[in-house]
Write a protein that binds this ligand. Structure first.
Ligand SMILES: [Zn+2]
Length: 318
């Protein structure tokens, strides 16, 4: 019996798991990705976690490894062309560098693309041929599946929905533009909006609890919003409105069957998804707006692992 390993490298967390041919998770481990410690430190963590996974899964043969990496990827060569969240990874051929140490077939894909394929394989979008996944995490990732296949774009840059402009004169973004969706509809976006509003008298309870503006986290904002804090509820309202604008753009452009919302923030989707849908319906064309299902991802924490594993499965690792 064979299995594959899926590696989900995020800006914050590194998650690795062994996965059966049917999409069943056999073992998983996670740790902070520690991207600030530099590229070599991250690669070492990946190798150690793969080793740990191999030792934990007895009596089965490893058939291949899929790597999901946040950034623009050239899957055919395994090169990270550009990554806003991984400094020092520009034009870095991770496949070549790891090939010596990992003598199994190795497949590299953009993490959000991998996540989308995973949701199509074993999650919310089983049997759906035209859908798109947004991952609301540290930033916003997305993967677009059209006619059952990933739409990468001619240069691999397609699906950067996180960089749709929702506020023309808004916050500047690492991509070189201003007011991108990612600056509002992500964990970093929430924290940034809280910083922006720090002088608001309503912000005082949050700031006090977090030990000042630099201690504020998306989790604290969500906890406060859940307990009725008006400042944090206001931040989620802003997030929902911007997300709705982005969703309407996707619907009008693609007329797809489903939009799957994943990533860390999807754990608190009850705080924003319903009002984001309302905003979307106000702005999108009626027929595609009513047709599209906007749903939370099903694979949750393990979506990235399963998606990366599926890259290896799909490429014929079994
Ligand atoms: Zn941007």
């Amino acid at each position: 019996m064979k299995y594959v390993i899926g590696v989900d490298l995020g800006g914050t967390n590194l998650k690795i798991g062994g996965v059966s041919p049917h999409g069943e998770l056999l073992f998983r481990t996670d740790m902070p990705s520690g991207v600030k410690e530099g590229r070599d430190a991250v690669l070492k963590k990946i190798l150690n976690a793969i080793e740990e996974t191999r030792h934990s899964i007895k009596g089965k043969k490893l058939a291949g490894i899929g790597l999901g990496i946040p950034g623009i990827i050239a899957p055919e060569t395994g090169t990270v062309i550009q990554s806003p969240n991984l400094t020092g990874w520009v034009n870095f051929n991770i496949k070549d560098v790891l090939a010596d140490k990992l003598p199994w077939p190795l497949y590299v894909e953009n993490d959000a693309n991998a996540f989308a394929l995973g949701e199509g394989w074993a999650g919310a979008a089983i049997g759906i041929n035209n859908f798109c996944c947004l991952t609301l995490g540290t930033g916003v990732g997305s993967g677009i599946v059209l006619n059952g296949r990933l739409w990468r774009g001619v240069d691999g840059f397609a699906g950067e929905i996180g960089h749709i402009v929702v506020e023309p004169d808004g916050a500047s973004c690492g991509c070189g533009s201003w007011g991108c969706l990612e600056r509002y509809v992500s964990a970093n976006g929430l924290v940034r909006m809280a910083e922006e509003g720090k002088d608001d008298r309503l912000a005082a309870p949050l700031l006090k609890s977090c030990g000042g503006v630099h201690g504020v986290s998306a989790k604290a904002i969500a906890d406060f919003a859940r307990h009725g804090d008006p400042f944090c509820i206001g931040l989620f309202k802003r997030l929902a409105r911007y997300l709705g604008i982005g969703l309407a753009d996707i619907v009008n452009l693609l007329n797809i069957e489903m939009i799957v919302i994943g990533g860390g923030l999807s754990n608190v989707s009850d705080l924003f998804l319903a009002s984001a849908k309302e905003e979307m319906l106000k702005r999108s064309f009626k027929v595609p707006g009513r047709r599209v299902k906007v749903v939370a991802a099903k694979l949750g924490e393990n979506g990235g692992i399963l998606g990366a594993a599926f890259i290896a499965v799909k490429a014929g690792a079994y």
